[in-house]
Design a protein around this ligand. Structure first.
Ligand SMILES: C[S@@+](CC[C@H](N)C(=O)[O-])C[C@H]1O[C@@H](n2cnc3c(N)ncnc32)[C@H](O)[C@@H]1O
Length: 251
């Protein structure tokens, strides 16, 4: 890990998902909590659903997981807990201390780490998860996909929950509650399956499948196989686009 990554990581810890609004919502298991854009658009975050057990829609994701599973941005850990119950070796990672604690309370392993930190088992995870809009982490989906290509085993599986509409947007957002509480600004992204496939292809990810259930949409991607992976990484390094954390330390 470079010094720049470490600095970015430590600045990161003071901002957004680390803050009180998200912690309080996850601790209490209740919203309302919103992701707000500068133009007034507000996305309600489904805190109650995230804090409950995996539901019917989640089951299809769970069914597709194989081998060892890394749940990136695990929140309170409903996927990690359900996977553990299914006897998978599973680790949740999240930047929120409260989310990590809740995941552990739910019986699953979790570590307080950013996806851009050095992770246990780098390159060996059979399945990686980006649920509940987590492809938005850092506001740069291509950078995140490159990073996850380094984490996932060659030809491994990445399951992503995507936007239900054909969108490809990079936005600055903040968290807000219903009583005037407001967090710091941070970068986020939303992508539908078309945009995900377009962004993933040059990195060597292959779209395997996509499905929609009950108003939620998902995609399954296959990780770069070794030669493509190496070529992709060399090409990306040449353009200065390797798996670095987003330039803005708030991400
Ligand atoms: C949209 S919420 C998703 C909630 C979660 N999937 C669940 O089951 O409850 C985003 C989650 O990603 C976490 N997160 C944000 N940035 C992250 C990063 N760089 N690395 C790991 N987790 C991160 C947040 O703390 C938050 O728990």
């Amino acid at each position: 890990m470079t010094m720049a990554e470490t600095d970015a990581g430590s600045r990161l810890r003071r901002l957004h998902w680390y803050g009180d609004l998200y912690s309080e919502a996850i601790r209490s298991g209740r919203g309302p909590l919103f992701l707000c854009r500068a133009d007034g658009w507000m996305l309600p975050l489904e805190i109650e659903r995230w804090c409950a057990a995996a539901d019917e829609v989640d089951q299809e994701v769970l069914r597709r997981c194989h081998g060892t599973v890394l749940d990136i941005g695990c929140g309170p850990g409903r996927f990690a807990a359900a996977l553990r119950a299914r006897r998978h070796e599973v680790l949740g990672i999240d930047v929120s201390a409260v989310a990590v604690q809740r995941t552990r309370d739910n019986g699953a392993n979790a570590l307080r780490l950013s996806v851009y930190d050095r992770l246990p088992g780098e390159g060996d995870w059979d399945t990686t998860l980006l649920m509940d809009g987590n492809i938005g982490i850092g506001g740069d989906p291509a950078a995140l996909l490159r990073r996850i290509a380094d984490i996932t085993v060659p030809n491994g599986l990445l399951l992503v929950e995507v936007a239900t509409v054909d969108v490809d947007e990079r936005v600055t957002v903040h968290l807000a509650d219903s009583s005037g509480g407001r967090g710091d600004h941070f970068a986020w992204a939303r992508v539908g399956v078309e945009a995900l496939s377009r962004l993933a292809r040059p990195i060597g990810w292959r779209l395997d499948d996509h499905w929609t259930v009950d108003g939620r949409a998902f995609a399954a991607l296959r990780a770069p196989s070794p030669p493509q992976h190496e070529e992709g990484r060399d090409r990306d390094r040449g353009r200065g686009l390797g798996a670095q954390p987003p330039a803005d330390p708030r991400q």
